[in-house]
Design a protein around this ligand. Structure first.
Ligand code: 6R9
Length: 650
């Protein structure tokens, strides 16, 4: 089927004046002369000491080294706040929309400055210094942004852990980052339900303590007023402490290559990795992409519905929009509470111009029909964005047609925690759209498709997506494990960064991401390593072996399908199935809940004992005809058993 092309409409032409030819010219220049191009773009942020060196990067095996603007110094929070005060002190920096539609708050740049300075002073009072790691376990409230910016103000490295993660997962991240300071809230609130953050945090601190990572400060933001346990000397109420510290705090002068944050993300093997980002290149890149991809214009309200626990929240709720002096909306709730019109009611209430969300939310709302959308106005909307997973053309068209009334371009933005910012995406006003395609690379980004042997594929082709050169917001290392960094991203195809994604390039040079080609699955836009779910399952005393794969799911994109072999003599029952689901939820968090568990006496393995996931994926997809070569299996009979027992539970 020939893809439809959506032409650029006159009203989409960029405020900044970039059109199709402008994009092509800038793109060409960014590849021919990276130093010249990025040297110029680097000026969009304020430097304390200007850089003289721009790009210094190597993807050479054994010497993976990524440095941008390395001799420049700056402070990220000063760039996101202080430099806007003169012109925008009274402009709203953050609009907060609570879970309850009656709850909202507007924070000006002046107020943001004061709150961030207070939080920074409190951190200092508790002994936090440059380079220390501070862990955040927060609901979607403005204090989450205050805390991130406060860390950057004092030169500390934040590690934000998504509020849906379990105490065990939080403990692992406290240990991994060797973090002795935690910022949390009494409870979170989502869809009318309370989430016991402080209770989870207490448990996590206890687990981490037993493993040798002492946490000596827990700063607690009061959100719901729910009952919590307060540990004298360790726990500090934010609402009390903030009255005792100054609302002024000079920003630390940081090097462009000093770390800004660690963010744990799942890979195909082992424990989640601490992806490390630094200050200068990151800030230049996220502010530039925020402006050009979305065509952000002064004074507009911009809303990214992600959670600050994910990279999208870091780059496109907090750092990009605030570096640009924008007004960023932060939403505490969920798309279907109190009802399925909520997103569009928020758009109308706050006159949102740019709305950025995930395909899983679009598909879920599409399932509720057009009426909840059509009863709202949405006339403030100008641009729609998508991120997190491939968007199927049907969902793209609904988003474009029903939500955006064919007035608003849809920018499908492809990127990763590791890339820090958007790498492949249309630019509003400068790129013709094709529903389902992330379209073309951003300035300085060089995608390459290779086959499984690493042979470079030219022209229209389907292959593994690599990037042949660095961009300023690339991750610098895995915190504390540079060898694993090289091993994970640069060893599959030496000399290139391998994304882990499959991708097709069409005859117009447009990119179509086809999904992960490794053992990472994408459930409702959340990244998960199948290995993590497997290791949780096998930790259950009644489980002998487990293999986990993704399967197509109408709303979530991918669901979690688990094949479980029980210990000798254990009866497979529905009760046990429920218990295992609960076990994984407790271990990792609700986002890792298995959708289907199939008890299977055996798993298909090669003679060397490797589980053949390819076959398990096909069975989970109900695609029994295409199992491929099963001749290397130790016991081919296992496959027939698995097909015979295929669970088709909803
Ligand atoms: C930003 C973010 C990264 C993985 C990535 C890919 C998938 C993200 C996408 C997309 C197709 C898009 N992904 N955006 N696939 N089209 N527009 O989501 O980071 O959580 O690290 O996930 O998500 O598979 O490799 P992260």
């Amino acid at each position: 089927m020939e893809p439809t092309v959506v032409d650029i409409k006159d009203e989409w032409k960029q405020g900044a004046g970039l059109d199709e030819a402008g994009y092509a010219a800038w793109y060409a220049q960014s590849l021919q002369d990276p130093d010249g191009f990025w040297g110029e773009q680097g000026k969009r942020i304020d430097w304390i000491k200007p850089y003289t060196r721009v790009k210094n990067t190597s993807f050479e095996p054994g010497n993976i080294s990524i440095k941008w603007y390395e001799d420049g110094t700056l402070n990220v929070s000063a760039n996101c706040i202080d430099r806007h005060l003169e012109k925008r002190g009274n402009q709203t920096a953050i609009i907060w929309e609570g879970d309850d539609p009656a709850d909202s708050r507007a924070i000006t740049y002046r107020e943001l400055y004061e709150e961030v300075c207070r939080m920074a002073n409190l951190l200092k009072e508790r002994g936090v210094k440059r380079g220390d790691r501070v862990t955040l376990y927060m609901p979607m409230i403005p204090e989450a942004a205050f805390a991130m910016l406060a860390c950057s103000r004092v030169g500390a490295i934040h590690s934000v852990v998504f509020g849906g993660f379990s105490p065990d997962a939080l403990a692992g991240r406290l240990e991994g980052a060797a973090s002795s300071v935690l910022i949390t809230a009494d409870e979170g609130l989502r869809g009318g339900r309370k989430i016991p953050l402080k209770k989870n945090a207490d448990r996590a601190v206890e687990i981490a303590g037993k493993a040798g990572q002492a946490v000596d400060t827990v700063i607690v933001v009061r959100r719901t007023g729910g009952d919590i346990n307060v540990v004298e000397g360790r726990d500090v109420w934010w609402h009390e402490a903030r009255l005792t510290v100054a609302a002024e705090c000079p920003p630390e002068e940081m090097s462009a290559e000093d770390p800004l944050f660690i963010l744990y993300t799942s890979g195909s093997t082992g424990k989640p990795k601490g992806v490390l980002h630094t200050t200068g290149g990151y800030l230049v890149y996220v502010s530039l992409t925020h402006q050009y991809v979305f065509d952000y214009r002064d004074g507009e309200v911009y809303w990214c519905s992600a959670d600050v626990g994910w990279v999208t929240g870091h780059s496109y709720i907090v750092y990009g929009p605030l570096a640009n002096g924008g007004t960023t909306l932060m939403f505490e709730g969920v798309p279907n509470y109190p009802d399925t019109s909520r997103f569009w009611q928020v758009v109308d209430k706050h006159k949102v111009s740019i709305f950025y969300t995930a395909p899983t939310a679009i598909r879920a709302l599409m399932g509720a029909g057009d009426e909840p959308v059509l009863k709202t106005s949405r006339k403030s909307l100008r641009v729609l964005g998508s991120v997190g997973e491939p968007i199927n053309p049907e969902a793209w068209n609904w988003y474009y047609r029903v939500v955006g009334q064919e007035r608003c371009p849809v920018v499908d933005t492809w990127w990763q925690t590791e890339t820090g910012g958007i790498l492949i995406s249309p630019l509003v006003g400068a790129t013709k759209l094709k529903p389902g395609s992330a379209t073309l690379p951003f300035f300085g980004v060089v995608p390459q498709l290779v086959d499984n042997e690493g042979k470079v594929l030219e022209g229209a082709a389907d292959g593994n997506l690599c990037l042949t050169d660095s961009w300023p917001s690339q991750m610098r290392t895995i915190f504390g494990d540079h060898d694993r960094f090289e091993q994970t991203y640069f060893s599959t195809y030496p000399g290139k960064y391998f994304t882990g994604d499959g991708c097709r390039r069409d005859e117009d040079g447009y990119y179509w991401i086809t999904g992960r080609v490794d053992d990472v699955i994408n459930v409702s836009g959340h990244r998960m390593g199948t290995a993590e779910v497997e290791s949780s399952l096998v930790a259950h005393p009644l489980v002998s072996e487990a293999a986990v794969v993704g399967y197509p799911h109408d709303i979530k994109g991918q669901g979690i399908y688990c094949y479980v072999t029980l210990m000798e003599g254990v009866e497979p029952t529905d009760e046990l199935r429920k218990e295992l689901v609960q076990h994984v939820r407790n271990d990792i968090g609700a986002i890792a809940s298995p959708d289907k568990i199939q008890f299977s006496p055996g798993l298909p393995k090669t003679r060397s004992g490797k589980i053949m996931r390819r076959i398990l994926r096909k069975i989970a997809e109900d695609d029994f005809g295409a199992l491929g070569d099963t001749s290397t299996l130790a016991d081919p009979g296992v496959v027939d058993d698995l097909i015979g027992n295929r669970q088709n539970r909803k």
